[in-house]
Design a protein around this ligand. Structure first.
Ligand code: PHE
Length: 493
């Protein structure tokens, strides 16, 4: 049997991990959360969540993957034969995410192509263009609406690209990330220079950073910081475990974790300057307040930003740059999710080739993604995104921390980490994994659950919320069944 796939250098591993972490979340979620939840003051809960949850969990995921030399499912089986389900739940959540994440990339692709038009087609009415022309949005999640060939082919194109990124495993991923990790950063710098030299930019930036410390008294702010940290560091998806499993067992862990986490947060912060300088410009150009133009998510990337771009000189050029930025930000996050799934299959059987596994995973994800190209696509996306990021990931995080803290032994893993790393982790890490993280995340889940029961979500009908819940409950049930079914052999490491 051929040995395990390997990254060709430590730098490539770092590029891949950073490429996965730095994605749409850095550009369309972080700046908005910061603005909404206290401006500069939001950095306090954000940094606390990063230090208390993000970095310890990232160190843990890198360490498990590297120590056990397996993707998430087999790695947790290695921790205990009954715990494979935790890995499964992680990979399942990741798969749900990549199915809709790729739809967003398909929209970006459509916008990129349309940016080459002589006159930007959204110049007159950016909102109408996005909702009617691109999405052909229906009047509610219960109405599937029309089907769009344009989005269908864009989605297909995205999946063809993703396939060719992962088809040779670490070999192809290693080559692609050399471009897709640095490219969006360079483009963000270009957009930053353009942004800050526009009139109104400073006002926009002030909105972004002006601290409102009163916001810190609101629990919602802290919850937002926690879920952002999970999403942005690609934690609890099995990705970081799979990626680290392609390292040699003796590779450094702590330095890689800090580098990944710090670069990722630095880029988030920087992206906020880009977004808010451009929004400030738009508010200025339209003679309205910045508060009237800020949004997040699709509304930011596909309505507000394109509209602002259309007002600039060289609008077409900057639109092209912006949508290439989105695509290059997204693609390495998307294929990292696919890679987490692929590694699961390849760990199981090394006889099926990498290409074949990659092909079927991409094909199934593409087919499932077709729902997001329908008129109700945006609503479905919103529902799944809400449930996976607010419940799925956090639950997986709790189980991971308990499994490692109490069953594998946090101290045992810590001594392994310290034996291979230049920077040592202190005892604090063990306390974080065993006590602090499970307790904090449990409080998080309970609080979210109560809000959910009281308020529902987004005014969606019960069956739609039930679908969202299913995306959380199915992997949990499988994980539980997995742990209670009798097993024959005990794998010990
Ligand atoms: N970390 C990526 C971002 O911030 C998103 C992502 C989520 C990537 C899940 C992989 C897995 O956009």
């Amino acid at each position: 049997m051929a040995g395990r796939q390997r990254w060709s250098s430590r730098m490539i591993f770092l590029f891949a991990a950073i490429g996965s972490a730095v994605g749409l979340g850095n550009v369309w979620r972080f700046p908005y959360l910061t603005y909404k939840y206290g401006g500069g003051a939001f950095l306090i809960p954000y940094l606390i969540a990063l230090l208390v949850l993000g970095i310890p969990l990232l160190i843990m995921e890198f360490a498990i993957g590297q120590r056990l030399q397996k993707g998430a499912v087999e790695a947790f089986k290695g921790v205990h034969s009954k715990l494979g389900g935790i890995g499964f739940a992680a990979v399942f959540s990741g798969f749900v995410v990549v199915v809709y994440y790729s739809a967003v990339m398909a929209w970006s692709l459509v916008y990129l192509i349309k940016s080459f038009a002589f006159k930007l087609p959204w110049a007159e009415n950016a909102e109408g263009f996005f909702y009617n022309n691109v999405l052909n949005i229906s009047d509610g999640i219960g109405n599937i609406g029309g089907f769009s060939w344009m989005l269908f082919f864009a989605l297909l194109a995205v999946w063809v690209m993703v396939y060719f990124c992962v088809w040779k495993g670490t070999k192809s991923v290693g080559k692609v990330v050399m471009i897709t990790m640095p490219l969006p950063i360079i483009l963000l710098i270009v957009l930053f220079i353009r942004g800050v030299t526009l009139p109104g930019a400073l006002t926009g930036i002030m909105y972004y950073i002006k601290p409102n410390f009163g916001a810190l008294l609101d629990t919602e702010v802290w919850l937002a910081a926690v879920s952002q940290i999970f999403f942005t560091l690609s934690l609890a998806f099995g990705i970081m475990i799979a990626y680290a499993s392609y390292n040699k067992e003796t590779s450094d862990i702590t330095k890689n974790s800090y580098l990944t986490a710090i670069t990722n947060s630095g880029i988030s912060l920087f992206a906020g300057f880009v977004v808010f300088s451009v929004l400030g410009y738009m508010a200025h150009a339209q003679g309205v307040g910045v508060a009237d133009v800020v949004t997040s998510g699709p509304g930011l990337a596909f309505v507000a930003f394109p509209q602002a771009l259309s007002l600039m000189p060289l609008a077409g050029l900057f639109s092209v740059l912006f949508f290439v930025t989105l695509l290059s930000l997204g693609i390495d996050s998307a294929f990292s999710l696919v890679e987490a799934v692929n590694s699961t299959f390849l760990d199981k059987s090394s006889k099926v080739g990498t290409k074949k596994v990659a092909f079927y995973v991409c094909l199934v994800a593409f087919i499932l993604g077709i729902i997001f190209t329908s008129g109700a696509g945006l609503y479905f996306l919103d529902v799944f995104d809400h449930f996976v990021t607010n419940f799925g990931l956090v639950l997986v995080g709790i189980f991971e921390a308990i499994a490692i803290g109490w069953i594998f032994g946090a101290e045992k893993l810590r001594s392994y980490i310290n034996s291979v790393s230049d920077w040592k982790v202190g005892k604090w890490w063990t306390y974080a994994i065993k006590y602090v993280i499970p307790v904090l995340l449990s409080i998080f889940v309970i609080t979210q659950f109560i809000t959910e029961i009281k308020e529902g979500y987004g005014g969606y009908p019960g069956w739609a919320l039930a679908l969202g819940w299913l995306s959380v409950i199915i992997p949990l049930v499988i994980a539980i069944v997995w742990s209670i079914k009798p097993t024959k052999v005990e794998v010990n490491v």
